[in-house]
Design a protein around this ligand. Structure first.
Ligand code: NAD
Length: 423
């Protein structure tokens, strides 16, 4: 049984994908149309204009958004993305997926997402600092450790979080480490946060491989994206003994049929800023990476990359979604027909929000855990979620995505039911 019936002709936008997944869960759980309407729309949205004085004195204006999809189970939580393609509907979709991710992993948060339509590569650190501070100051009334807690996402990093924390703290008159997660460790960040998403991706990738009889040392991998998520995922899969045949970034892809030397590749990326022209590899068309003959594919760049068009040519046996929303519903159906196991984003890449939660807990208690403690607790939570989702999927004959979404929506709907409808 599947909840993705009546598929449309074309791939949908991320927001329509997210709403279709919600519709499937609502129907499965036999919840009301009113509940669907409530959860299909964000609780709170803000769009702001961000004027920037450039280093050369010229002025430019950007648009930023923050969407708090739901905060019924706790403060809203979600990353901030700097990317030229950011728009409100994309942020809405990403915020909704954050709600499901937090509910699925049972961290006491709702879901949010933010974004600024800017290409960070074209601006100096000082300019990015000014953009971040102005964006943050526009959002101050709706941010806070008990309201909404941003974290890094595409195009942002721990420096961005340090500027956000400082801007917020200056405005309220005291230091508030818990207003963001993914901070530098010296400012109250958590050990293990930087690599948490990648570690979680690899925890479930190895579990998924085991479920398909794929031993790491005999398995091959391709990873799309070599940023905060993709780079760590490639490295930890390499550490686990798999052969990483190809990786890509926005500039191109590199391939070695005998396996890339990951430490040497990382050194090359640190030196040049891209995977392109890595000595121990051949170059490969960036998007063909998705269609390579590998056992495991990890899309870890952006949404909407696995579509009805390229899905029939995907050879991987297991797809582990490091990115949010990389697979369209049409592609999902094709993967199901071709017996390709898809580990959905809200499960696979939840390691980041789990350790963000650990960071917030440590900050609230002013008490710090060791790297080993963080890693162990992350591992336990990821594997617990993997077990829960796979057994729910088996019991109800569902895809892992449908099972994960249904479990999450049920938890959020239950919180709504218990709190009641005000007034
Ligand atoms: P990032 O900005 O650190 O890295 C993005 C990477 O993707 C870069 O290497 C970039 O060059 C590459 N890329 C961009 N366009 C590409 C293309 N067309 N083909 C191949 N590579 C391309 O971002 P990130 O934090 O690693 O996030 C990646 C994805 O993971 C996003 O979907 C994000 O929402 C999701 N995610 C991130 C986190 C986190 O903790 N950072 C947590 C959960 C989910």
């Amino acid at each position: 049984m599947t909840t993705t019936l009546n598929l449309p002709e074309a791939d949908l936008s991320p927001l329509d994908e997210a709403r279709a997944q919600l519709r499937g869960a609502i129907d499965f759980l036999e919840l009301s149309e009113g509940k669907y309407q409530m959860l299909a729309n964000a609780r709170r949205e803000i769009t702001v204009s961000i004027p920037l004085r450039r280093d050369d004195g010229e002025q430019e204006v950007f648009t930023g958004h923050r969407v708090q999809h739901n905060f019924t189970r706790g403060p809203a939580k979600g990353g901030v993305r700097y990317d030229p393609h950011v728009d409100l509907d994309e942020v809405r979709a990403l915020a909704m997926w954050m709600t499901w991710k937090c509910a699925l992993l049972d961290v006491p948060y709702g879901g949010a997402k933010g974004g600024v339509a800017i290409d960070p590569r074209n601006y100096s650190p000082a300019e990015l600092e000014r953009v971040t501070r102005r964006y943050t100051s526009e959002l101050i009334p709706i941010l806070g450790p008990e309201k909404d807690i941003p974290a890094p996402d595409m195009g942002t990093d721990e420096n961005t979080m340090a500027w956000m924390m400082d801007t917020y703290s200056v405005a309220v008159g005291h230091t508030v480490p818990g207003v963001v997660t993914g901070k530098p460790i010296s400012l109250g960040g958590s050990h293990g946060r930087r690599e948490a998403t990648s570690r979680g991706v690899v925890d479930v990738a190895l579990a998924a491989m085991e479920s398909r009889g794929l031993a790491p040392e005999r398995s091959t991998v391709a990873v799309q994206g070599f940023g905060k998520v993709g780079r760590g995922a490639a490295r930890f899969l390499w550490d686990a003994g798999t052969r990483v045949l190809a990786v890509s970034d926005q500039y191109g892809a590199v391939h070695n049929p005998s396996g890339l030397d990951l430490p040497a590749l990382e050194a090359h990326v640190d030196r040049t800023g891209s995977v392109v022209d890595f000595d121990g590899s051949d170059s490969l068309d960036r998007d063909l990476l998705l269609e390579l003959e590998v056992d495991v594919l990890v899309p870890a760049a952006l949404e909407g990359v696995l579509t009805r068009e390229n899905a029939p040519r995907v050879h991987a046996k297991v797809i582990v979604e490091g990115a949010n929303g990389p697979t369209s519903a049409q592609a999902d159906q094709i993967f199901k027909d071709n017996d390709i196991l898809v580990v959905p984003d809200i499960l696979a890449n939840a390691g980041g929000v789990i350790v963000s939660y650990f960071e917030w807990v440590q900050g609230n208690q002013s008490y710090w855990w060791s790297a080993a403690e963080v890693e162990e607790r992350l591992h336990t939570r990821m594997l617990g979620a993997w077990e829960a989702v796979t057994s729910y999927a088996r019991a109800h004959d569902l895809s892992l995505r449908s099972a994960a979404t249904i479990m999450a929506v049920e938890r959020v709907a239950e919180a709504h039911r218990l709190r009641g409808l005000y007034p």
